[in-house]
Design a protein around this ligand. Structure first.
Ligand SMILES: NC(=O)C1=CN([C@@H]2O[C@H](COP(=O)(O)OP(=O)(O)OC[C@H]3O[C@@H](n4cnc5c(N)ncnc54)[C@H](O)[C@@H]3O)[C@@H](O)[C@H]2O)C=CC1
Ligand SMILES: O=C(O)C(=O)COP(=O)(O)O
Length: 532
C-alpha cells in the first residue's frame, strides 16, 4: 500500500510507517501543486499532510485507491472533506498534539504585543538605543477576550489567568460547566467581549460563521486601541479591514501567525506595517508538537488501514473499542436486513425508517448500525465504492433519507432492529431482526409484517402460495428435480387455507428457468430469490 507523505512530518512518524512491511512510504521533499500531485497520488492509499498541501477534489478523484487522508495537526481546511466523504475517504487529524505549542505561541504573541519586543529588537539590530518608543503595557489587570474556548483557547485562558489577566470567552458551542471550571467569564453575545477586551485572541476553526467574522463592523464594535492575536486561521480576519482599522488606530496592534493566503505574498502590505508582528504559521512548529502529531498520524493511519479502527476521523463519528464491541453484532444484522430489503424493495424509494427496540434502544451509538443498514440496502445499486464513510452522503445524493428511532414500545424480542422502506407516505416493505440465543446468531424474524425465520446468509427463496395440502412436497420435488438442495424451509400463513409465505434456505442458487417454473403454478406467486 502506497503512503504518500506530502508535507514534512516528524521523522519518528515516518519511521513508524516505514516499519510496516505492508506500506511503501514515499516522502515528498517540497510542497507540490495540485497539478504536480495528480500523477503521484493515482496509486496512493493514504496521503499524509500538514497545512501546506491542498488536498482538493481533483486530487481526491485522481487518487483512485485512496482510503485515508491523515492530517498531522488540527485544521483540515486544506482538505476537501466533502469530496473525501463522497469518495469514501476517511480524513483523520491529530487534535491535541499541538495544543500546548500553539497556546504558548499565543502567549509569546501577547507579551510581544504588550512590550513591542520585535520592534525593539529590530531597532537594536539597527544600532539604536530607544527606550521611550518601546515603552509598553502590563498584562496584569487587562482584559483578554478569547474567541473559541476549545483545546487551545482554554490553555491560553489558564496561562492568561496566571498572568493576572481577566479572561472573557465567547464560544456558543461549549458546555457551561467546562468554562466555569476554567475561571473564564463566558459571554453570550460576542459584542459583550468586544466592548471590554484590551486584547482579543482567536482560537476557532474556519466555518461559515467564523470566516470573515473579524471585519470592519466587528473592529468598530471593539474597544478603541484593542490588540489582536490570530494563531488560528487567516480567513477569520478580513485583512484589508484590519489594515484600515490599524490606520485609524481603532486596532493598536496585531500579532498574526496565519493568513488568508499562505505563504503570505512577499509584497503583502502586512509585511511593512509597524504595528504588526508576523510569524510564518509557526503555532505547531516545535519539536514536541511535531513529534506528537507525526507519531499520532502514523498510528491512526496504520490502525485504520490494517485493522479498520477509526480514530480521530473528522468525517466519521468516533467509535471507541467498547462501543464497537457492543454495536458489532448489530452491524451484521443491520447490513443483512438492508441487503434483504434492497433486493426486495421496488426501485425508487425515498425513506428508510429504522427502529431500535428492546435492548437495541440502549446502544450507546446507533449511527454505525444505521450506516450498516444503508450499506446493505444500497448494495443493490452495484456501486462497488460504498463504505461507512460515504454511505450517508451517497444515500442523500440518491434522494434517500434515513430516520432513526429508539423505541420504548414493548417488543416480542429482547433485541429488535426493524427497518421500514417508504415511497412517499406509502410503506412498501419492512423487515425486522433479532438474535437467537447469542449476538453471534442473528435472525431475520419479520418480513412484510409476517413472522418468518430467515438465516442471514446464503441463497434465500421467497414465495407466496395458497395454503393447501401437498404444497410443501410439490415445491421440494420441483427443486429436487433441478438438483437444488433445501437446507431449511419454513412456512408462515395468515390463516388456514389462506396465503402463506414460504421461505427456503437453499444450498445453491436455482436458474431463472426454475423460478419461472414455480411461477407458472397458479397457486404460487411473488417468487423472489435473494442472496444474503
Ligand atoms: N497556528 C497554528 O499553527 C495552529 C492553528 N490551529 C488552529 O487553531 C484553531 C483552534 O484549534 P483547537 O483549539 O485545537 O480546536 P478546538 O476544536 O478544540 O476548538 C475550537 C473551538 O472553537 C469553537 N467555535 C467554533 N465556532 C465558533 C464560533 N462561531 N464562535 C465561537 N467559537 C466557535 C468551538 O466550539 C471550539 O470550542 C483551529 O482553527 C486550528 O486549525 C491549531 C493548531 C496550530
Ligand atoms: O494544526 C493546525 O491546525 C495547524 O495550523 C498547524 O499547521 P502545520 O501542521 O504547522 O502546517
Amino acid at each position: 500500500m502506497k503512503i504518500l507523505v506530502c508535507d514534512p512530518i516528524a521523522p519518528k512518524g515516518i519511521e513508524l510507517l516505514k516499519a510496516r512491511p505492508e506500506f511503501q512510504v514515499e516522502v515528498l521533499s517540497r510542497r507540490h501543486s495540485e497539478e504536480e500531485l495528480l500523477p503521484l497520488v493515482s496509486d496512493a492509499v493514504a496521503l499524509v499532510v500538514r497545512s501546506e498541501t491542498r488536498v482538493t477534489r481533483r486530487v481526491i478523484e485522481a487518487a483512485r485507491s485512496l482510503r485515508v487522508v491523515g492530517r498531522a495537526g488540527v485544521g483540515v481546511d486544506n482538505v476537501d472533506v466533502e469530496a473525501a466523504t463522497q469518495h469514501g475517504v476517511v480524513v483523520m487529524n491529530t487534535p491535541g498534539g499541538n495544543t500546548i505549542s500553539t497556546a504558548e505561541l499565543t502567549m509569546a504573541m501577547l507579551l510581544a504585543l504588550a512590550r513591542k519586543l520585535p520592534q525593539a529588537h529590530a531597532s537594536m539590530v539597527a544600532g539604536q538605543w530607544d527606550r521611550k518608543q518601546f515603552s509598553g503595557i502590563e498584562l496584569a489587570g487587562k482584559k483578554l477576550g478569547i474567541l473559541g474556548l476549545g483545546r487551545i483557547g482554554s490553555e491560553v485562558a489558564k496561562r492568561a489567568l496566571a498572568f493576572g489577566m481577566e479572561v472573557f470567552g465567547y464560544d456558543p458551542f461549549l458546555a457551561d460547566a467546562r468554562v466555569k471550571s476554567l475561571g473564564v467569564r463566558l459571554v453570550n453575545e460576542v459584542d459583550e467581549l468586544y466592548r471590554v477586551a484590551d486584547f482579543i485572541t482567536v482560537h476557532m476553526p474556519v466555518t461559515e460563521l467564523t470566516r470573515g467574522m473579524l471585519n470592519a463592523s466587528a473592529f468598530a464594535r471593539m474597544k478603541p486601541g484593542v490588540r489582536l492575536i490570530n494563531c488560528a486561521r487567516g480567513e477569520i480576519i478580513v485583512e484589508e479591514d484590519l489594515l484600515a482599522a490599524l490606520e485609524r488606530g481603532q486596532v493598536a496592534g496585531a500579532a498574526l501567525d496565519v493568513y488568508a493566503t499562505e505563504p503570505l505574498p512577499a509584497d503583502h502590505p502586512f509585511r511593512k506595517h509597524p504595528a504588526l508582528i508576523l510569524t510564518p504559521h509557526l503555532g505547531a512548529s516545535t519539536k514536541e508538537a511535531q513529534e506528537k502529531c507525526g507519531v499520532e498520524v502514523a498510528e491512526v493511519i496504520t490502525s485504520y488501514l490494517l485493522t479498520g479502527e477509526v480514530r480521530n476521523a473528522v468525517n466519521l463519528p468516533y467509535l471507541d473499542a467498547k462501543t464497537y464491541e457492543q454495536v458489532k453484532p448489530y452491524l451484521v444484522l443491520g447490513e443483512k436486513l438492508g441487503r434483504l430489503l434492497g433486493q426486495l424493495a421496488p426501485e425508487q424509494v425515498d425513506r428508510l425508517y429504522i427502529t431500535y427496540g428492546g435492548r437495541a434502544r440502549e446502544l450507546p451509538n446507533v449511527d454505525p448500525v444505521s450506516r450498516a443498514v444503508l450499506m446493505g440496502f444500497l448494495s443493490r445499486t452495484g456501486m462497488g465504492t460504498i463504505n461507512t464513510v460515504n454511505v450517508r452522503s451517497i444515500a442523500a445524493t440518491l434522494g434517500i433519507t434515513v430516520e432513526e428511532k429508539r423505541s420504548n414500545e414493548p417488543v416480542t424480542y429482547n433485541e429488535w432492529l426493524h427497518v421500514q422502506v417508504f415511497q412517499g407516505d406509502q410503506k412498501v416493505i419492512s423487515a425486522g431482526g433479532t438474535f437467537f440465543g447469542s449476538p453471534q446468531n442473528p435472525r431475520i424474524v419479520r418480513l412484510y409484517s409476517m413472522p418468518v425465520e430467515i438465516p442471514i446468509s446464503g441463497h434465500i427463496l421467497l414465495l407466496t402460495n395458497r395454503d393447501r395440502p401437498g404444497m410443501v412436497g410439490h415445491i421440494g420435488t420441483l427443486l429436487g428435480r433441478h438438483g437444488i438442495n433445501i437446507a431449511s424451509m419454513n412456512l408462515h400463513r395468515d390463516e388456514a387455507g389462506g396465503r402463506a409465505l414460504t421461505v427456503l434456505h437453499l444450498d445453491n442458487a436455482p436458474d431463472r428457468s426454475v423460478l419461472e417454473e414455480l411461477e407458472r403454478d397458479p397457486d404460487i406467486d411473488n417468487v423472489r430469490l435473494v442472496y444474503l
